[in-house]
Design a protein around this ligand. Sequence first.
Ligand SMILES: [Zn+2]
Length: 181
Amino acid sequence: MIGLAIGHSREGDNGAYTVGPNSISEHKFNSELVPLITPMLKVPYKVYDDYNARSYVGAMNYVSRKMREDNVDACIELHFNAAGPKATGHEWLHWETSRGGKRLATKLKEQMDKYYPTLRSRGVKARGRGQRGALFLRKTPCYAVISEPFFGSNSSDVSLIMSDLDKLAKVYAKGINNFYV
Ligand SMILES: [Zn+2]
């Protein structure tokens, strides 16, 4: 079973916001994206969208415990990136020593490259202790990926993605389905 964790699912944490008109938070964006992904999945899934915790660390402990109870064998925490206005592209993070995590990240990246050939491919990136997102990647009891499919801080990334959300949903669904083949 694949776990789809919506990043920033903790009360008071919405993550970054997209630039430009109709600004939307990471949390809201991915809450709306996940229902487009799940009908295309060929494997069982569970959505995690309510981190019952007061801190980031507490949230990671909470979602890890839930995933262990649910026997999730792979998971993705959905985000989008934010930095300066010129940073662009997609990247896929996995725990540095997790070969399964790296494989899932690679399957997702491959679909993104295919469906968004004009968007910069920043690649699959290993994360270790102390790095951004490391706790989710390390604590979850399964192969894990943090997805950053575009920069919410870059207006051309945002318009490219917003123009067709079904396409991004397809990237996730095909990447996940290919991982389980
Ligand atoms: Zn985020």
